[in-house]
Design a protein around this ligand. Sequence first.
Ligand code: GLU
Length: 509
Amino acid sequence: MSNRRIRVRFAPSPTGPLHMGGVRTALFNYLFARKHGGDFILRIEDTDQTRYVPKAEEYIIESLKWCGLIPDEGPGFGGEYGPYRQSERKERYAGYARQLIDSGWAYYSFDTPEDLDHLRAAAEEKGVTFSYDQHTRLSLCNSLSLSPEEVERRINSGQPYAIRFRMPESLDVTEEDLVRGSVTFNTRELDDKVLFKSDGMPTYHLANVVDDHLMEITHVIRGEEWLPSLPLHVLLYRAFGWEASRPRFSHLPLILKPQGKGKLSKRDGDKMGFPVFPLLWKDPESGENYRGYREDGYFPEAFLNMLAMLGWNPGTEQELFTLNEMVEQFSLERVVKSGSRFDPEKAKWFNRQYLQKKSAQELARLVVPVLYSKNIDTTLAKVVEVAGEIKERCDFPADFWEQGHFFFKAPETWDEKAVAKRWKPETPAELLAIAALLETIGTWQAPLIKEEFSTFMNEKGWNFGNIMNTLRICLVGGTLGPDLFRILEILGKTETVARIRTAAEKINI
Ligand code: GLU
């Protein structure tokens, strides 16, 4: 195994949008492949026609592209082991299923879905769960319970059948999981899973194992929810005689709800106001919209960094990693076993760190389209200046407008509470006097404006703090914003004076 080229795959089923946990699985596969100079493969596992959701595949691919996790092989990405969509590999699986029948590892089952529903309902009435397994199989309708002639007759007459795995009796299956360590399952409690369905399609289990073999996958890195399938998969490799070349397994811990209990679900995002999906998802059936990290203004680098820290412990205090740094430092041994609690505030914190790393120019380029969409007529130079001033007040590019709209648009209304607190009968006259003073200032730079203003205030004996707050209301419309004299400087003399005069005239108490 050691001299084989490392090949890993991300194998989502297009049954809906990719959950952020799925993106983390893709990321860990990507990091592992890059770290070992291997291949990162995307395989679409679309054998379950009943759960197929149109646009889900497109969504998965767009999400990977947005994150920069570009597969080396996959649908639309090329590669020598294709096709990479299981529905296009359909004809390959039947032969493998038959091989298992011939070797005694599988059998035909003729029970109809109605028969099985009936058995399930009857068991439920007795308070037990029906299981198609070594304890029940001989009382059911299959090639183990029927005579060979009867089996042949049914097959020849075209009766639909499924092919089931014949789970061995009481066998310990032990596997060294690269994240979880040694895990052992006893087959006594495991059911006889369907491998091949009556509709001519394989199930996930058969297709997944056959394709991992054919695609020469060396490591399966997937979510913990697949751990119960591990003994079946290990036995399938044994049944096919592929043990020597089979992949090693790693099961990643769950991402837990912010409260710490239970798996993070798409409903949690709605309830608590954070995205659970990488991109906006419009549910084609319900028409519901689920918010996405991209549309919420997250940077893909911040999103990936945040995801990596949900389950990977680099062993140091470092929290901020570029993708390349993650590649260098990543190892499966450092993936934690227990679930990781998702913290929406921490997600914002990551985005904030990445936004603060951007220069004013970069931030300006991100927000210019927003300004244009609001019909704001401005120059890039001014946006850069404002970006430099308010960057540290922003976690997302969208915060730019909230924090800096007044640089581009004069207030039309003024915060009533702030006005009620600050406005005195003498305020309009004081403001007009200040406007007159500002008009006389020659060099319009914050420190010089501040100096002249302070001298004037001292002469008048007016309350400095109070007047500053009042001025802010005139210029900004409320109480927010950075240093007041920087606001004056950026607005320019004409605009500043005009805003003060308008407020003095229009605000009545
Ligand atoms: N198709 C499975 C999924 O949707 C893949 C599980 C695996 O990686 O084996 O997650």
